[in-house]
Design a protein around this ligand. Sequence first.
Ligand SMILES: [Mg+2]
Length: 340
Amino acid sequence: MPVRFEYRTFRAAFRQPLATAHGVWSEREGVFVRLTAETGRSALGEIAPLPAWGSEPLAAALAFCTALPAMLDEAAVRAVPPTLPCCRFALETAWDALQRPDDPVPVRQLPLAALLPAGPAAVEAATRAAARGFTTMKWKVGVGDDAAERALLPHVLAALPAGGRLRLDANGAWDLAEARLWLQACEGRPIEFIEQPLPVGREQPVLELATAFATRLALDESVAHEADLHRWLDFGWPGIYVLKPALAGSPRGILKLIADYEAEVVFSSAFETAVGARAALLVAARANLAGRALGFGTIGCFADERLNLPEPGPTLSTKWLARLAPGPLWELSSPVPPTA
Ligand SMILES: [Mg+2]
């Protein structure tokens, strides 16, 4: 049965501008899609592109939405091209929420990692996160002076609780020499893994690092495209895959791919509002994970609280997640596409 399709744009300021290896970032733009059945029931999906991670630009997502007919059937929803991964994610998750609202989510308690800011503020943040019960923490590195960041490592580790583990995320900012120095510094320490040590495209060096050191490596930006993920899976990357469902395309396709290859995966957020974050967490809840903490430390990142998913704390109950109702996000978004 076809459903009615509508879309609206949103622009959301972050609570604090974010310093990343890609620069300072102060707001997020995206598109909400709404599917409404004949019964009047509706479901939202979120398109929140990050072209720096290889997704379509916002303009391409808007052009796609503008060209869609007012009524959609399942074939149209499943036929969104792979070149528009964020549109695919939004339409598929909205469709499934509308058509299969009672689709059971496996009952699980999923651990979450706390996200630590770059630089010395990480030490204080790790102390606070430990007090809240987090045992896995992720620290953004590759932002400031490299040697100064490495000198901070023992202090960040000292703030972890007993049995705690630290993930480092370089966002591809290191060169080979820096990556080697970090891997030497991590030797024998409770480092769960290092995420994206080298830029996308440095494939041979990252493979050499993965086999030369005991600390595990993870790929994030390198596997953001479904095609690249497939390529690394086929090749047999010996490390971990960080997947951002909201940027990765079809949730169905991604879940099948990682099950087929028995890939070791950490699911991660990409600064989504409550709509996209909940949908991305539901993808993670349906995957067969090996107990690694989810990387959803960006929950609560928006200044307008109504856009944020409630903070789940150090453990996420999938029952809680399934019960969460979306807030008035459609009403907060704008029916007029931005002209800029
Ligand atoms: Mg990352």
